[in-house]
Design a protein around this ligand. Structure first.
Ligand code: NAG
Ligand code: NAG
Length: 330
């Protein structure tokens, strides 16, 4: 180099720069003593399972595995997941984390017992997720603060009870829930676009008309025994992107339904839906998945850019649907 500066002559300056830009090791974020006590009680309740190996008082509890604190050192997030050996029920000490905002208990096949009512004491909880566990029993009546609930893949039973005005997503799929969808689900947030996943349960009855209220983003009611009308879930100005009502006992006239134009997925297969396919379906330009098979639909498939995208399997096994891609109408 012409200037005479070599990489090695710059090295000391570089090191100095590195040192000055690296924050000095500050004492680990302070951890609220009451919260630490609650966490240690949770660890003890689960017999010091391997997941809690880092939960030692030699480090601040905000640094423990699966623990997140807010800026004031209060525990705001708790994630306990993926431990095949963690055995027991949801410990009461969880309710002693008053600032808890986000609770995740996931992939814990030996976590069992019901969802305890003392969790209702968590006044700041917004994200409530218990997934892929052996937790059973009813879904408790929750706090109105919740925005996201995921209780999928458990053994929950009984009817669903909830009044959740702030909800953005409710996942109760893959359980053993029975009874009808409560009319109170119609009071979910209308500002956001909540998602509703209730698939793979044993839900019966009809869909309450109040469900026409929220601006659903995704609705998945598949694999239940829900009967009656669902036409009020549709409407061309609704924002829904995915509607899966397949494998139920729904029975309504599809002829005058208009589909949300932002739909990418529409699955109504394996029901008892009758009438014809509305021509308006050809305005749902972004549709990439369509299931209308195994219903009681009749008449000519309305020719157009959208219907032409799908093969016979989207339309087959109806009462008397005809026209491409099925056989020509007589
Ligand atoms: C779970 O227990 C089995 C059998 O005792 C053991 O081999 C395995 O390492 C344990 N796993 C964890 C995460 O502790
Ligand atoms: C609805 O749920 C079923 C079963 O869980 C799943 O197979 C399907 O892909 C889901 N549909 C959508 C649109 O997510």
């Amino acid at each position: 180099m012409a200037s005479g500066l070599t990489v090695s002559s710059l090295l000391p300056f570089f090191l100095l720069f590195l040192l000055s830009s690296t924050p000095l090791p500050i004492s680990a974020a302070q951890c609220n003593q009451d919260d630490q006590k609650a966490l240690l009680a949770i660890k003890a309740a689960f017999n010091n399972a391997y997941h809690f190996a880092s939960w030692k008082t030699s480090s601040a509890c905000c640094d423990w595995y699966g623990v997140d604190c807010d800026s004031t050192g209060r525990v705001a997030g708790l994630s306990i997941f993926q431990d095949d050996n963690l055995t027991g029920t949801i410990p009461p000490a969880i309710a002693d984390l008053p600032y808890l905002n986000n609770l995740l208990l996931s992939q814990l096949p030996k976590l069992s017992g019901p969802i305890p009512s003392f969790l209702a004491g968590l006044k700041n909880i917004q994200l409530f997720r218990i997934m892929n566990t052996a937790v059973f029993g009813p879904v408790p009546a929750f706090l109105s603060t919740l925005t996201i609930i995921d209780l999928s893949h458990n053994q929950l039973t009984g009817a669903i009870l909830a009044n959740l005005p702030n909800l953005q997503a409710l996942h109760l799929d893959h359980n053993r829930l029975s009874g009808a969808i409560p009319a109170s689900f119609g009071s979910f947030s209308r500002d956001s676009q909540p998602d509703l996943y209730l698939s793979h349960n044993s839900l019966t009855g009809t869909i309450p008309a109040s469900l026409s209220g929220p601006n659903w983003g995704i609705i998945n009611l598949s694999w239940n025994q829900i009967a009656g009308d669902a036409s009020f879930l549709f409407g061309s100005s609704k924002p829904a992107t995915q509607i899966d009502l397949s494998r139920n006992m729904l029975s309504f006239d599809l002829t005058d339904v208009s589909f949300p134009t932002k739909l990418t997925l529409l699955d109504l297969s394996h029901n008892k839906i009758y009438g014809g396919i509305p021509a308006q379906i050809n305005q749902v330009a972004g549709l990439v998945q369509l299931g209308l098979s195994y219903n009681r639909l009749c008449g000519e498939i309305p020719a157009g850019v959208v219907t032409a995208k799908f093969g016979q399997s989207s339309y087959t096994n109806n009462k008397c649907l005809c026209g491409a891609p099925l056989a020509a109408c007589k």
